[in-house]
Design a binder for this molecule. Structure first.
Ligand code: DOR
Ligand code: ZN
Length: 357
């Protein structure tokens, strides 16, 4: 990584957690991820979810068809775990180079998770298989019990489910996705090297006041929900700590404006378009630019046991004004809008394409 006060040039980053959707919205958003990131771990929570090798293969094809010709981008596919997924799917899916990881959604924890796992005790055979295959388990770490406060769901999940999983499967590599609390930071730091966590840009920028600032702000509603300020601070410290157990995962999760701004709005923040600039703002504010490249481009690949990207991206200190919305034509020919994270704000760095490292 080369940097000065005006230029940052870093090894091409990867996004270790992203929602690319399908159909017209996929076509509209993939270029945002593909122009910055070399690879991305693609979430399988489509409708229906990606539970077979064939559906993952077909989905990967549709993603690649949506990537502009001049861009090289590798989508890494994940299997959506259900109560009765056969371990063979993982075994063969890995062998055929289709699955890079498996995703555990507790049933009904978030968007399109109804077919997720209803009881973690039912998937011992899957966990055993993942451990044996060396395939990482990616976890949406929230309990769904109605008597647990929504702000406590991650911390309760860690104690009730994550710790026992790690104890029972000590060789299983696990990513606790999009961590949001000091509890998660401390737990990941004090666990073995087989546990890592991704951290999103929005959880580094927002505390829970943002969701209620002058009225309900659906643009800042995601799951797990943003938490108290002390948690945001803990996440910023973790991301910029230089510790290899924390790495980049945007959890960019677009929903059209009409699905966000309604009486039961969808959870998710679309941050892919300016994710790298968003992270850089945080690393600069925390005086930790020297830690940026490992977080964005090294620790995740190492955890997944994949080679580092060899090309680079360059950013220059030049203001970027984030658009208020992106428009695209949906399947029914109507124009739909997606509101990006930082909409209307000015970020201090701009991407410069095709620069030598
Ligand atoms: O905010 C979120 N949106 N969190 C998730 O876990 C899922 C995602 C989505 O798919 O919209
Ligand atoms: Zn996600």
């Amino acid at each position: 990584m080369k940097n000065s006060s005006q230029v940052i040039s870093l090894r091409k980053p990867d996004d270790w957690h992203v929602h690319l959707r399908d159909g017209a919205i996929l076509k509209a958003i993939v270029p945002h991820t593909a122009r910055v990131f070399g690879r991305a771990i693609v979430m399988p929570n489509l409708r229906p979810p990606i539970t077979t090798i064939d559906s993952a293969r077909e989905y990967r094809k549709r993603i690649l068809q949506s990537v502009p010709d001049e861009i090289e981008f590798t989508p890494l596919m994940t299997a959506y775990l259900t109560d009765d997924l056969s371990p063979e799917v993982l075994e063969i899916g890995k062998e055929e180079g289709i699955f890079t990881a498996a995703k555990l959604y507790p049933a009904n924890a978030t968007t399109n998770s109804a077919e997720g796992v209803s009881d973690i005790r039912l998937i011992d055979n899957i966990l055993e298989t993942l451990q044996r295959l060396g395939l990482p388990l990616l976890i949406h770490g929230e309990v769904v019990d109605q008597d647990v406060d929504i702000f406590d769901r991650e911390a309760v999940f860690i104690e009730k489910y994550l710790e026992p999983i790690l104890n029972r499967y000590p060789e299983l590599r696990v990513v606790l996705e999009h961590i949001t609390t000091e509890d998660a930071v401390q737990f990941v730091e004090s666990s073995s090297a087989n546990l890592a966590a991704t951290i999103t840009p929005h959880h580094l920028h927002l505390n829970r006041n943002a969701m209620f600032d002058g009225g309900f702000r659906s643009d800042f509603y995601c799951l797990p929900v943003v938490k108290r300020e002390k948690h945001r601070r803990a996440l910023r410290k973790a991301a910029t700590s230089g510790k290899s157990c924390f790495f980049l995962g945007t959890d960019s999760a677009p929903h059209t404006r009409s699905y966000k701004e309604t009486s039961c709005g969808c959870a998710g923040i679309f941050n892919a378009a300016y994710a790298i600039q968003s992270y850089i703002e945080v690393f600069e504010q925390e005086n930790a630019i020297s830690k940026l490249e490992n977080f964005c481009s090294v620790y995740g690949a190492r955890f997944y046991k994949l080679p580092l990207n060899s090309d680079s991206i360059t950013l220059i200190r030049q203001n970027t004004i984030v658009p208020n919305s992106f428009k695209f034509k949906s399947e029914d020919q109507s124009y739909q809008e997606i509101i990006p994270f930082h909409a209307g704000q000015t970020l201090s760095w701009s991407l410069k394409e095709g620069f030598e490292m």
